[in-house]
Design a protein around this ligand. Structure first.
Ligand code: GLN
Length: 477
């Protein structure tokens, strides 16, 4: 499918097809194409067709059908969908059926969006390649022997493949921008707190974001606009009002915009990926932007800081999976003389979490433990503040920053699975923005070895509108 949100809106208005028809087309296409990529974990035709029928009813009655009327949308399987299985790509939640919808999902359906399925990802969103899924890896539609990136690999792949028009991912340290870059689509991580986390299964709560994937900047802006805004169900959701992101995009003049290029990022960037970024900068200059070097001096500490904070928060968040209230429960009762309750906890967690999730729980438990808390966790929090301050300082002299998303394009399946440290380095350019909680996005900017490359654009807190304006101007000129 090559539809966009705008093309579906026009087609529905002109009665070229109905919402039910375009939904059926999307479901059939997804069913047919999915064996190539394994990007969907499941389709939900009943829910989708019911939502589409409601859109058709509203249209026939002359009612307002909503900004996403009839748009087929895929949702990462860490975001709760009432009555539709939500697994987090883990054996732990293989059969979990949520009793409520995430706020983002509720708002999408209220705006006429049609959720057609749930997408594959790294287990509990921990990973950069989608190879940590209990249900098998996703293949990159741009090159089927390559990873789609992670952790929201399925959500990037379905948009690249055309089996959804737009999709939702989650980003904790790069999980929207990196797969968007690897698959050649647009991916947006909004300001922390811009989109409610209610119903997003928690990985690292102070870093988790929900954000959109789309094939163009305008669609990503429309989808973000629908989801954004205060939610009383999430105490970290921001009260700031939501501008109409998509409406202002055509005021396309970015002449005179000041753009910073972080010198610490470019010193590691090599090869064709770096060439594409320098070409993008030439293009921005030709568009009238004023591009200059800026310094983010604490960048080198970002990965270490992130892996202390995210594992600490993960170890605490994942403590809830103990086999008591929901999720997997081990059938192994333990030895005759063992404490039955502890044996149940241990066997449940031992049998159902994958290796990466266990690694993070162990690391996180360690950095939070008595005697190490100050040395690791507290210190990481202080460095996080310094990293955020680097951005605050940079945004005093520039409107936006541009950077690579990833040091390399999509790698081969299996290439990095046995080297967690090299895998962690994939996120070297994305983690800083996540730690600072600022809006950042990936927009396609050419290829490296024939594989997609993304340009990252970062702006100050709540300046999504400016970020979209620059990205749209870049994409269309
Ligand atoms: N790849 C990073 C990690 O493994 C980021 C994941 C994410 O953003 N969810 O933690």
């Amino acid at each position: 499918m090559t539809h966009t949100i705008t093309s579906i809106r026009e087609a529905l208005r002109a009665k070229r097809f109905s919402a039910v028809e375009v939904t059926r087309e999307a479901l059939d296409f997804a069913e047919r194409e999915n064996p190539k990529t394994n990007a969907y974990l499941m389709l939900c035709p009943e829910r989708a067709l019911a939502a589409a029928a409601e859109v058709d009813r509203r249209l026939a009655a002359g009612e307002e059908a909503g900004a996403l009327a009839g748009v087929p949308i895929a949702v990462k399987d860490v975001i709760l969908t009432k009555g539709v299985r939500t697994t987090c790509a883990s054996k732990m939640l293989e059969n979990y059926i949520p009793p409520y919808d995430a706020t983002a999902v509720e708002r999408i359906e209220a705006a006429g969006g049609v959720i057609i399925g749930k997408t594959n990802c790294d287990e509990f969103a921990m990973g950069s390649s989608n190879e940590n899924s209990y249900f098998g890896p996703v293949r990159n539609p741009a090159a089927l022997d390559r990873v789609p990136g992670g952790s929201s690999g399925g959500s990037a792949a379905v948009v690249a493949q055309g089996t959804a028009v737009v999709s939702l991912g989650s980003d904790t340290g790069g999980s929207i921008r990196q797969p968007a870059s690897f698959c050649g689509v647009v991916g947006v991580t909004p300001t922390y707190g811009r989109v409610s986390r209610y119903g997003l299964v928690a990985f690292a709560s102070s870093l988790d974001h929900i954000g959109p994937f789309a094939r163009n900047v305008k669609d990503s802006a429309t989808l973000l606009g629908v989801m954004a805004g205060h939610d009383p169900m999430d105490s970290t959701s921001a009260a700031a009002s939501v501008p109409d992101y998509a409406a202002h995009l055509d005021q396309n003049d970015v002449r005179g915009m000041k753009i910073g290029l972080p010198v610490e990022y470019m010193k590691h960037a090599t090869g064709e990926t770096a060439d594409r970024i320098y070409e993008a900068i030439d293009k921005l200059r030709a568009m009238g932007c004023d591009v200059r070097d800026v310094s983010l001096p604490n960048t080198d500490y970002a990965i270490a800081t992130y892996y202390v904070i995210c594992t600490a928060e993960a170890s605490s968040n994942l403590a809830r999976y103990d086999g008591v209230r929901y999720g997997y429960r081990s059938a192994d009762p333990g030895d005759a003389d063992s404490n039955k309750l502890f044996a149940m906890y241990r066997n449940t967690r031992g049998e159902s979490f994958g290796a990466e999730v266990k690694r993070r729980i162990m690391l996180g438990t360690y950095v939070l433990s008595h005697g190490y808390y100050d040395a690791y966790y507290l210190k990481a929090q202080k460095i996080r503040a310094l990293i955020a301050r680097d951005f605050t300082n940079a945004f005093q002299s520039v409107d936006a920053l541009v950077a690579p998303v990833s040091p390399f394009p999509a790698f081969r399946l299996g290439e990095k699975v046995n080297d967690p440290v090299s895998m962690y380095l994939s996120d070297i350019y994305t983690i800083t923005g996540s730690l600072a909680g600022i809006p950042c996005m990936s927009v396609p900017c050419g290829t490296d070895s024939g594989l997609p490359v993304g340009l990252q654009i970062l702006c100050n807190h709540f300046e999504e509108q400016k970020m979209f304006r620059l990205a749209h101007a870049f994409e269309t000129s």
